[in-house]
Design a protein around this ligand. Structure first.
Ligand code: BES
Ligand code: MN
Ligand code: ZN
Length: 493
């Protein structure tokens, strides 16, 4: 992870020197600071010259403004102030990160005419700055390696004290998102199942209980579906079970389960070469679960939560499983593996079953970069939501809208379920030519019993995502903010 700006909060007045950020609404109203900085006329002139009308997220930099000792004034547009949501403030933070990059110290005056910017909004700005500043540059050895000192960004607001308190929590969520991004970005020779398990174990530092199952332990539990995927790999499989006990002792936990295929070649059903490097991100579900557990532990969520991640590498090899193999899952159900590239569901089958049996959770939500077909259906705008429970679906959908990690519900029905029946075993691991994301969902559903469950297919949203105000990189960390919100809204006491 690259160097992050240092973010602090203040109630002090605007400084007389350096870089100052002020805001402008869609009616060209500069608020209290335009005039106070002694440069109202200069700014007005610059706005006119730059055809700047205070549109949301637009910025205008006025260098060495006349009549002040400031280096620069950066005017940021807010658009229609009454329409600003929490997400707008998050995005504004992202815009600020870009505008202030490389400036040693910036003072951001979060104040509007007659309106106080709430502590929650100020914390969202800080979150946006932090998320947008992320860059995966660990493996660059050349270029800008001069140890430049950290940029400082001071957020000035009347609500600074409360914002600082709120940020103490939100900062933990931000760290969770960045952890998830780091894991997805890491190259597959570095982030093997064993290494991933190590990184999950680091959550012990935050007070999580972490158990790692190695291959003999999983054999003992009869996880034949997961272990079958791993047969072709020199890198042994792992399962990480992460617990955060922030709730009442007797409270049943909520559970999150992640697909952690550290590299997916397709196995013997080998993928075509073009773009195969992207399959280093096939552990995006496991990364989101790990990032989420980090977030919950860091902000000391008052909830009991388990995270289970199945970690394997899907490789072709003399010892790899073949199309046609029949494996027995931990549930006892047999699976005819007709395509070794439909491996994620095999990993999740055992992870979901084990999680359900061991913890009897209130619900299970699994995340997986499961199907290319979900990209065909939804692109990168929504993740697919598949569920056996309307209430859980509604809670998830709402959390998705609030965090703008959006979900779109897809169907599960007995008719689709039939598509994975086979004459040779209890089921096969592929459906027909059509409805590929749904048949994958139907497959998973056969391993969750009656427990309320949702499957999020994040193949389109976890990686190679379009650039946004708060994500400039390849990995998005999708799911961390979404599920943190789900827990915060409904499952904390
Ligand atoms: N990891 C892939 C799905 C994927 C595709 C993720 C593109 C991200 C981007 C998954 O294991 C897979 O290969 N799925 C197959 C299933 C098929 C063989 C039934 C697919 O989508 O083609
Ligand atoms: Mn695959
Ligand atoms: Zn895969």
């Amino acid at each position: 992870m690259s160097q992050q700006p240092a973010i602090t909060f203040s109630t002090a007045a605007a400084p007389r020197k350096g870089a100052v950020v002020i805001f402008c609404d869609g009616d060209n109203n500069l608020g209290p600071w335009g005039a106070a900085l002694g440069s109202g006329a200069v700014i007005a002139k610059a706005m006119k010259a730059g055809d700047f009308k205070g549109e949301f997220g637009k910025t205008l930099t006025v260098m060495v403004p006349e009549g002040t000792e400031l280096d620069r004034i950066i005017v940021v547009g807010l658009g229609k102030v009454d329409d600003l949501t929490e997400h707008h403030w998050l995005r504004l933070g992202g815009k600020l990160a870009s505008a202030l990059k490389g400036i040693d110290r910036s003072d951001v005056m979060l104040e509007l005419d007659g309106q106080t910017v709430s502590a929650a909004s100020v914390a969202e700005v800080a979150l946006g700055i932090k998320l947008a500043s992320y860059k995966f540059d660990r493996y660059h050895t050349k270029g800008d390696k001069k140890k430049k000192k950290q940029d400082k960004i001071v957020l000035h607001a009347k609500t600074a004290a409360n914002a600082k308190r709120k940020w103490a929590e939100t900062d933990g969520v931000a760290d969770g998102v960045l952890l998830a991004r780091d894991l997805v970005d890491e190259p597959p020779n570095v982030l093997t199942p064993v290494e991933f398990a190590k990184r999950a174990s680091a959550l012990k530092k935050l007070g999580c209980i972490v158990e790692i199952l190695d291959e003999p332990a999983m054999k003992k539990l009869k996880m034949g579906a997961l272990l079958g995927v791993s047969l072709g790999s020199r890198n042994p499989a792992r399962m990480a079970i992460i617990q955060w006990k922030g709730g009442k002792a007797k409270d049943r936990p909520v559970a999150f389960v992640g697909k952690g295929v550290t590299f997916d070649t397709g196995g013997i059903s080998l993928k075509p070469g073009a773009g195969m490097g992207d399959m280093k991100g096939d552990m995006g579900g496991a990364a989101a679960v790990t990032g989420l557990m980090h977030a919950l532990a860091a902000r000391k969520a008052k909830a009991n939560v388990v995270g289970v991640i199945g970690l394997v590498e899907n490789m072709p090899d003399g010892n790899a499983q073949r199309p046609g193999d029949i494996v027995t899952s931990m549930s006892g159900q047999t699976i005819e593996v007709l395509n070794t590239d439909a491996e994620g569901r095999l990993v999740l089958a055992d992870a979901l079953y084990h999680c359900n049996k061991k913890f009897k959770p209130k619900f299970m939500v699994n995340l997986a970069t499961l199907t290319g077909a979900i990209l065909v259906a939804l692109g990168s705008e929504h993740a697919g939501l598949f569920s056996n429970d309307d209430k859980l679906s509604e809670q998830l959908t709402k959390a998705g809208l609030d965090t703008q990690e959006k979900l779109w519900r897809m169907p599960l029905t007995p008719e689709y379920d039939k598509l994975i029946d086979t004459k040779n075993a209890d089921m096969k691991n592929i459906g027909g030519r059509y409805a590929g994301s749904i048949t994958a969902g139907q497959f998973l559903q056969r391993f969750v019993g009656k427990t309320p469950w949702a499957h999020l297919d994040i193949a389109g949203t976890a990686m190679s995502s379009p650039k946004t105000d708060i994500n400039k990189g390849w990995a998005s960390g999708f799911g961390v903010r979404l599920l943190d919100r789900l827990v915060a809204d409904h499952y904390e006491n």
